[in-house]
Design a protein around this ligand. Sequence first.
Ligand SMILES: *Cc1c(COP(=O)(O)O)cnc(C)c1O
Length: 320
Amino acid sequence: MPDPDFDDVRRAARSLRGHAHHTPILTSRTANERTGAELLFKAEHLQRIGAFKFRGAWHAIARLNDDQRRHGVIAYSSGNHAQAVALAAREQHIPATIVMPEDAPPAKMAATRSHEARVITYDRYREDREAIASELAERDGLSLIPPYDHPDIIAGQGTAALELFHEAGELDSLVVCLGGGGLLSGSAIAAEQLSPHCRIIGVEPEAGNDGQQSLSRGEIVTIPAPRTLADGAATTHLGRLTFPIIQRRVAEIVTVSDAALVRTMHFLAERMKQFVEPTGCLAAAAVLEGSIPVAGQRVGILISGGNISPAHYARLLSEA
Ligand SMILES: *Cc1c(COP(=O)(O)O)cnc(C)c1O
């Protein structure tokens, strides 16, 4: 599969027009004073399905040919990617199958079913979801929509940063959360063209720093499934497509602790009135907690998602 380039990101932006939200850029005087920087928060928790994942899913499905569309799509995910594929498929009149662990949060399963997807559950301790998905894909001729390691997914995710640069102009730094690297590599492709001097920084949970290890070793490092509040970034390895893009274009990868994520959720709620899930706070936490020097700079921060149950959110904030 060819590496996605800036033209692919532009093409994705065209295919998303009228279907995805153009999310706002938020600012906070308090956050600027605390860091001595001008911070621009791209609010992808206000994207459809509550996360940037809608961008990649929509674009990947829009690129399928007639035969693939008739047969339908399949994805495996317990989180935001599942909802994104289910909604994007329904709106494009394509049948979707989602493979989810049987103990996935009931709210996420219900949200996925509400988009009329067929949900197939598996036992995550005994069964392999990739094997289940590829078997079904083979049997029923379904197209697999992977969560990050695909050129159309990377190009779609890159449209959030494209909007940010179009609206805000060039930046000194852009800080982006990192799971499998779809969002970070897409953002880096957009930045290279629209703000060539911008320093791109990835942020991972402390418990799952496989990306940081991969950059320093120069090869994809796989770690055991990390335990972290940042469930959307609890991936075990970067992708074969995302890693080389990150290696070429990303200056640095830093990590933040779960405690820093909860403090940042609190800050975003109290000061900016924003409801953000722990994973969605990774980039903001790295900047607000001083893990990245930003004084005197114009800095883009990607807030990636807001899908967490109000009850869980309340528990986390009351313990902070
Ligand atoms: C998927 C996801 C991430 C990680 O994105 P990758 O493209 O896998 O790096 C970060 N935040 C949220 C809210 C997500 O859903």
